[in-house]
Design a protein around this ligand. Sequence first.
Ligand SMILES: [Zn+2]
Length: 146
Amino acid sequence: MKSVMGNYQIVRKHEIHCGHRVYQHENKCNNLHGHSYIFHLKCVSKDLDSLGRVIDFAVIKDIVCKWLDDNWDHKMILWEDDPMLPELSKLDPSVVSIPYNPTAENLARHLVENIAPTLFVGLPISLTEVNIEETSKCSASYAISN
Ligand SMILES: [Zn+2]
C-alpha cells in the first residue's frame, strides 16, 4: 500500500488597492485602471511548530502582507516592457514594474516564484499558492506543488 506524505496549509487573506493595465488587452483592460485586490496567501509546511501551527499568522502578516503594503498598495503596476512605463515613471516614481503583463495570474506568479522565496529565507514554510480576487466576480491563481 502506497503511503501518502501530507502537508499542512494555512491561508492568510489581505486586501490592497492598486492600479494596472493589461498591455495589448483587446478591450478596456488596456486602459490604466485599478482594483481592490484580495490576496489569499497559501503557506505550506511539512511539520507543525511546538504549538501545533504551520506558523503564527502574525508572521505572514509581518512578512508578506507588509511586503504587499510597502511595494504594491496604492501604486501603479506595469509590465517592464510596457511602452508607457518609461514616461509614466518619470511623472510618478512610485510606479512599479514586474517581469510579466500584470494580470492577476501574473501578479500571483510573481509573488510565488520571485518574491516569497526571498521573504521566507530561513523559515520552515513556503508560499505555494496565491489566489487573487480582482473583482467580486473574477479571481485567478498560481500554484506550485510543494
Ligand atoms: Zn484590471
